[in-house]
Design a protein around this ligand. Structure first.
Ligand code: ZN
Length: 408
């Protein structure tokens, strides 16, 4: 009960701001313009934790609260509009707002010098301190997703014109991005040096946040890319703000069961039935699966248990290692078909002529990835190598026994 009272309070505060259509007075004119066509988003049960983290020898970049609030609210709208366009409703990630309309950004001063929190390894000591901070301030932990922003280094290698040095990647449900003086929404889409720099780092900010909200890399089909541009979780981090950039249906399917996207009502019913978010350890049940080429399509059919919320399928070329999967063409099945006994079934029709970037369609090993998401948001992936050239059309492609790994 206590929980739902809290949800309602938070939700009311957020709703009041949206309903009034009020973009905070102190936001700059360009931000007001960009937020003018904001849609009214659904309430959230949970909010993204936003942390500004500085080494003990650094100060935050000037005006970070306003700049990052504008950038975060614009991004919240972007995700919400993409969810709505894909048929998932006006859901986005929750942000806790302060009374003046700024996002509540928690400033944490690290115990070490900034160079101890460097790209590649710095997330470890940083996360340790951030988690310790939240343990000491449990009421401030708004969800299991945390976005950590650090100011660029200022040295011979990096500065405000060439930001870097700090961690910049998703790491489970935590993700890292950076801040610099011109990291300001007024440069969005501008054909200037600052505009190009903004796309690089704001596109990255939007993309890494996607990882921190459970999204793997993926590509769209040829027709989707033609119509909508570049998927944000493909190489959309290089186009965001400059050219059309979109979220694939597969990305939106995952977000719709991500903790910080759900409404208070949904969170309450999911948690009552399946437990807290991301706590399922047991692999979901796969009752049967079939995969074959029929005519010009790859057809996948998979029957699963009632604990499954959604299924995505990804087709990709080798190599399969981390960050080698931007070309993985993603499909989702919505909604899952339901049997009377509670079992569910998903059908995928994947036209071969839609699989643009894949070189191995004509021969050589490829991989089918089946991502299964449970109701409380946990993802399991089953990876199946196959070679179309060795497979007569119409014959079953052997899938073997399901081997499910938790994670992407
Ligand atoms: Zn990425």
């Amino acid at each position: 009960m206590q929980k739902s009272t809290l949800y309602t309070m938070i939700a009311t505060a957020a709703f009041a701001l949206n309903a009034a259509g009020a973009v905070p007075e102190h936001f700059q004119p360009r931000a007001k313009e960009l937020l003018a066509d904001s849609i009214e988003l659904e309430e959230n049960a949970y909010d993204l934790n936003v942390v500004y983290f500085v080494g003990n020898d650094m100060e935050p970049t000037a005006d970070y609260e306003r700049r990052l609030s504008e950038l975060l609210l614009y991004l919240q709208q972007y995700y919400g509009k993409e969810m709505a366009r894909n048929g998932y409703g006006k859901h986005s990630f929750g942000l806790q707002l302060k009374e003046n309309g700024n996002v509540n950004i928690i400033l944490i001063r690290g115990k070490l010098a900034h160079k101890d929190y460097k790209y590649g390894t710095g997330h470890g000591p940083c996360l340790q301190e951030v988690n310790a901070w939240f343990d000491a301030h449990p009421g401030s932990r708004r969800s299991k997703h945390t976005f950590i922003i650090m100011p660029t280094w200022q040295d011979e290698g990096y500065n405000d014109k060439n930001p870097g040095g700090v961690p910049f990647y998703g790491y489970g449900r935590d993700c890292f991005a950076l801040d610099y003086t011109d990291f300001d929404i007024k440069h969005l889409g501008q054909p200037t040096k600052e505009g190009k720099l903004l796309t690089k780092w704001y596109g990255g900010f939007a993309h890494e946040l996607g990882h921190g909200m459970n999204l793997p890399h993926n590509n769209g089909t040829i027709s989707m890319n033609k119509e909508l541009g570049t998927p944000l979780m493909g190489s959309g981090n290089y186009t965001f703000g400059l050219r059309p950039t979109y979220l694939t249906p597969a990305s939106c399917a995952i977000l719709s069961h991500t903790q910080i996207f759900v409404t208070p009502e949904k969170a309450e019913s999911v948690e009552a039935q399946y437990g807290p978010y991301y706590t399922q350890e047991k692999e979901p049940t796969i009752h049967s699966a079939s995969f074959k080429q029929e005519g010009d399509e790859l057809v996948l059919r998979i029957k699963v248990g009632r604990e499954v919320a959604g299924i995505n399928a990804y087709l990709q070329d080798p190599p399969y290692a981390v960050n080698q999967d931007y070309e993985a063409v993603a499909f989702t099945c919505k909604p899952l078909g339901k049997y009377k006994d509670g079992k569910q079934v998903a059908f995928f029709n994947m036209p071969l002529n839609e699989l643009g970037g894949l070189n191995h369609l004509k021969g050589g090993e490829m991989e089918l990835g089946i991502l299964i998401q449970t109701k409380e948001g946990t993802r399991f992936r089953w990876k199946i190598p196959f070679d179309l050239s060795k497979q007569p059309v119409g014959s079953e492609i052997p899938l073997g026994k399901p081997v499910l790994h938790k994670g992407y």
